[in-house]
Design a protein around this ligand. Structure first.
Ligand code: UD1
Length: 417
């Protein structure tokens, strides 16, 4: 199994280009199932989750051509409506094919996503909301068997809780539902805005009517389009934290700083100097890092996907800090490994207490999930000597070319078998 070796300590310096967003690409790829016209996508990141979604689409019958920079999708042949466990188990976003399949074909059998290290991650909100559009479903042996023999019919739906995936599934499905749908208490992550822009470009009739409310009028025909996926804000946030942590000096290019305003303001408060330009961010990490209390929350709050990375940074603060994880119940898997590197973090329920002034020590480590893996790399960058990070397949699910990008700015990092 592949591992990463990181030799610290490093102060990264130079330029990093941000890749396309994984979390925007996944729902957009699923939404291509709505159309039988040609769709060309650019700026998809080369990461494992995207490969898995492409395999899932191919297993459904999509013709997909990958021409290095452009992915062309054609769903003009017979599409199957069965999404197998083998493909959905590794990636929760597999459930996003349910909305488009049921909307377009009136039936679908989609595996429930597998368990996940960071929490139980149910899909009850997706299913309850779809049933309001006329979907009848049963769960049999780990599969959602969904039917809408008369097609979907628009409805007023208020999500009981903000969910990124449920908002995406419902927006996609409502595009082909008869009549008007209003979705309220929606997630408003930039990736959802990107999905909406993609659907509007295909001809869908969608309007944001207030901050968390969206109105959709169902249509029948979609157009052939080309679409460029937005940049990955979590990747950008990760590299900003890398610089803040190591007194590094980075120019992060290819991302509009406005979409990560919350993160930038927090990292500035902690002491880093940040200059925001139109499509780039310059950061100079500071020797002194201040402490802070933060909690994760839906956008525009602080993202749970940067919680592990931020925790590493707070280990270097001059005083004690606290993080409350409000999105997932079990997203502190990185803590035990960070403590093995010398961190002093204690957990009480969903609250982590992080002692400051920590000097990380190099160690052999085990990655437990995608963002936990990258947090270990960050800590290893600051630790003198060789750290080894096992199970990096988690990392490959979501970070394109991370070793190449870090090497280019001076990190000593390599992949070994
Ligand atoms: C998406 C992101 C993930 C991010 C998360 C929160 C993708 C592919 N993944 O995941 O990286 O960490 O948003 O920003 O975009 N919930 C239910 N029932 C449901 C659905 C969700 O109880 O039917 C709960 C979840 O267990 C979780 C919370 O709601 O506690 C938020 O989950 P959700 O926003 O749906 O996350 P994902 O779409 O899975």
């Amino acid at each position: 199994m592949k591992k990463l070796e990181v030799f610290g300590a490093t102060k990264p310096k130079g330029q990093i280009k941000i890749s396309g967003s994984k979390n925007a690409s996944l729902p957009i790829l699923a939404a291509t199932l709505l159309s039988d016209k040609k769709i060309s996508l650019t700026n998809l990141p080369k990461v494992k989750d995207i490969e898995t979604m492409i395999l899932l689409l191919k297993s459904l019958g999509s013709s997909i051509e990958d021409n290095k920079k452009i992915l062309t999708i054609n769903n003009n042949k017979q599409i199957k409506t069965f999404a197998a466990y083998s493909l959905v188990k590794t990636m929760r976003a597999g459930i996003l094919v349910l909305g488009p399949l049921i909307a377009k074909f009136g039936k679908a059998k989609v595996s429930l996503p597998g368990g996940c290290a960071i929490g139980t991650r149910p899909v009850d909100i997706h299913l309850q909301a779809l049933s309001k559009l006329g979907v009848k479903y049963k769960i049999i042996q780990g599969y959602v068997h969904a039917n809408a023999p008369k097609g979907l019919v628009g409805a007023n739906i208020k999500f009981p809780k903000i969910s990124v995936g449920a908002t995406e599934n419902l927006i996609i499905a409502s595009c082909l539902a008869k009549g008007k749908t209003t979705l309220s208490n929606c997630a408003i992550e930039p990736e959802i805005k990107d999905l909406v822009n993609f659907l509007i470009k295909m001809g869908c009739n969608i309007k944001w009517t207030s901050n968390r409310t969206i109105k959709i009028e169902g249509i029948k025909n979609l157009s052939e389009i080309k679409y460029k996926v937005m940049p990955d804000r979590i990747e950008a946030g990760t590299y900003l934290i890398a610089a803040a942590l190591t007194e590094g000096n980075l120019k992060i290019v290819g991302i509009d700083p406005k979409i990560i305003n919350t993160e930038i303001n927090i990292i500035k408060k902690l002491g880093a100097k940040i200059i925001q330009k139109k499509n780039e961010i310059l950061i100079q990490g500071s020797k002194k890092i201040k402490s802070i209390n933060i909690k994760t929350s839906p956008y525009p709050g602080f993202p749970t996907d940067l919680q592990a990375q931020m925790m590493v940074l707070l280990c270097k603060a001059n005083k004690k800090s606290y993080i409350r994880e409000e999105i997932f119940e079990n997203r502190f898997m990185h803590v035990a490994e960070l403590n093995r590197m010398g961190a002093k973090i204690s957990i009480n329920g969903n609250k982590a207490t992080i002692e400051g002034n920590i000097k990380f020590e190099a160690a052999e480590l085990m990655a437990t999930d995608l963002r936990a893996s990258v947090s270990l790399i960050l800590a290893a960058l600051t630790a003198k000597g060789k750290s080894v990070i096992n199970r990096i397949y988690h990392l490959d699910r979501g970070y394109e070319d991370i070793e190449k990008k870090l090497k280019k700015v001076g990190a000593k990092i390599r992949r070994v078998n």
